[in-house]
Design a protein around this ligand. Structure first.
Ligand SMILES: Nc1ncnc2c1ncn2[C@@H]1O[C@H](COP(=O)(O)OP(=O)(O)OP(=O)(O)O)[C@@H](O)[C@H]1O
Ligand SMILES: [Mg+2]
Length: 434
């Protein structure tokens, strides 16, 4: 359990948030949401005690252990993969080191013998004998095969590191677990594994994520950071979103009778919990929602960006035809013989375990790269736009936000560009920032 009392965080003059008072209980998983820059990572760092400019109190129950998903991809370069995972439990790790140092002594005294016995006892209490096999199992579950377990961290690639650091955070069932965007760089299978792991986790978990499907699968509560306020709501993302929108609509209908409002909310709760999937981990979430008081449902003050797609002209039936497309990198075949036809109204998801294959396909159909063989044709009526995986080149510019956006628009009038940025929640002076 984590208790946050009167937390306030300030960077220079800017108060990120204050008056934060909340409790994070065991058995619950708290999904932390909010726009980019709202302060999600900062909240987690404050709870982990990594920020100096915080005031207030953060406390855990006596003897509890807190574990954090490390964001530092180089901190463990000189350690093996397996040791990096075990370092996640620092008390256990320290005992192992101390123990090994004593046994390695050439002049092993009686005092050393006593000390070693004492350490062995602590080690056994922490189930130290299972540490290596537990760490190895976690790694294998996360797709790090055994041949890599004794490799040094500096010799594995970035995506593998992310998985090892995740295993490190989960290692030894910490009482309190903080994960900041844990699904970044994971493939679909591993995300599904992590969903199950967290949904069945018995201790306290706080997870920051921008992925609402992931949040829906794991969270019992939603912590929303918006406009310098942090609010906690019962329920997962979808429940929070729908219930708080309903409460907001009710608030706006001032003349509606209180009993009618109550009834409508109660009906919403029953409908929602009836639709919760019937898996084991979903049952506890369902019970939680059924127990909920109507007074727990609060209207949301959150503002949403409005992304509105309006094509310049109505598209014809044929969108894209791809025939016999193949691509490779340095002789390594990424894909071959890819055929598909995209019709108007289709919504297509592309999946691959190899991101290079996906990037190559999109680079080819957007005309930036030549295929090894095959053709693609866009429909006559189609205009297209492309957000590449590596979008950094778009932002290497000294232009203000306003001028930057003008580059991509036919209509560059003040009214239109301001309006467009407004929909994306950029207001006032912000649009003159570079
Ligand atoms: N050490 C620091 N000094 C000054 N400002 C900081 C510091 N750390 C964070 N900030 C600012 O605080 C705000 C919140 O940052 P934070 O990283 O917590 O956002 P976030 O909600 O995690 O965003 P994202 O979704 O992009 O990860 C940002 O405006 C950031 O620039
Ligand atoms: Mg962040």
């Amino acid at each position: 359990m984590i208790t946050v009392t009167d937390l306030r965080i300030q960077f220079g003059k800017r108060v990120l948030f204050n008056d934060v008072n909340m409790k994070f209980m065991a058995g619950n998983c708290y999904g932390v949401i909010g726009a980019n820059g709202a302060g999600k990572s900062t909240l987690l760092k404050a709870i982990a005690g990594e920020i100096d400019t915080a005031s207030g109190r953060i406390s855990m129950n006596p003897g509890e252990r807190l574990s954090v998903l490390s964001q530092d991809h180089f901190a463990f370069d000189e350690f093996s993969v397996l040791d990096t995972v075990m370092k996640g439990h620092s008390q256990l790790w320290d005992i192992m080191q101390e123990k090994n140092a004593i046994y390695a002594k050439p002049d092993f005294s009686d005092a050393d013998g006593l000390k070693a016995a004492e350490l062995e006892e602590k080690f056994a209490d922490m189930e130290g004998w299972n540490a290596e096999s537990d760490a190895a199992t976690l790694l294998s579950d996360l797709g790090i095969t055994e041949d890599l377990h004794y490799t040094l961290m500096k010799n594995i690639d970035g995506k593998q590191k992310v998985r090892v650091l995740l295993a490190q955070a989960l290692f030894g069932n910490p009482d309190n677990l903080l994960l900041d965007e844990p699904t970044n760089d994971l493939d679909l299978d591993t995300v599904t594994w992590l969903e199950n792991y967290l949904a069945n986790y018995q201790n306290t978990v706080l997870v920051v994520s921008h992925d609402r499907h992931f949040l829906d699968a794991i969270s019992t509560h939603t912590v929303d950071i918006d406009f310098s306020k942090i609010q906690m709501f019962a329920g997962n993302y979808s429940f929070w979103y729908q219930s708080s929108q309903l409460a907001l609509r009710q608030q706006q209908k001032a003349n509606k009778k209180a009993e009618d409002k109550k009834k409508e909310l109660q009906e919403f709760i029953s409908r929602f919990s009836a639709n919760v999937k019937k898996s084991k981990q979903a049952t506890s979430r369902k019970k939680m929602i059924e127990k909920l008081n109507i007074s727990d449902i609060k209207p949301s003050t959150r503002k949403y960006p409005g992304i509105i797609f309006k094509p310049e002209r109505e598209a014809g039936d044929k969108i894209l035809e791809v025939t016999g497309l193949s691509a490779s990198i340095d002789g390594d075949v990424l894909f071959s013989g890819v055929d598909f036809y995209a019709n108007k109204g289709d919504k297509i998801i592309f999946l691959s375990k190899d991101t290079r294959a996906m990037t190559a396909l999109f680079e080819i159909i957007s005309g930036n790269q030549k295929p090894d063989s095959g053709t693609y044709t866009w429909g006559q009526t189609i205009t297209s736009s492309y957000l590449p995986l590596d979008n950094a080149p778009f932002f290497r510019s000294e232009l203000s936000l306003f001028d930057w956006l003008c580059q991509f628009s036919n209509d560059t009038t003040d009214l239109y560009i301001r309006g467009y940025l407004g929909k994306m929640l950029f207001a006032g002076d912000e649009i003159q920032k570079r």
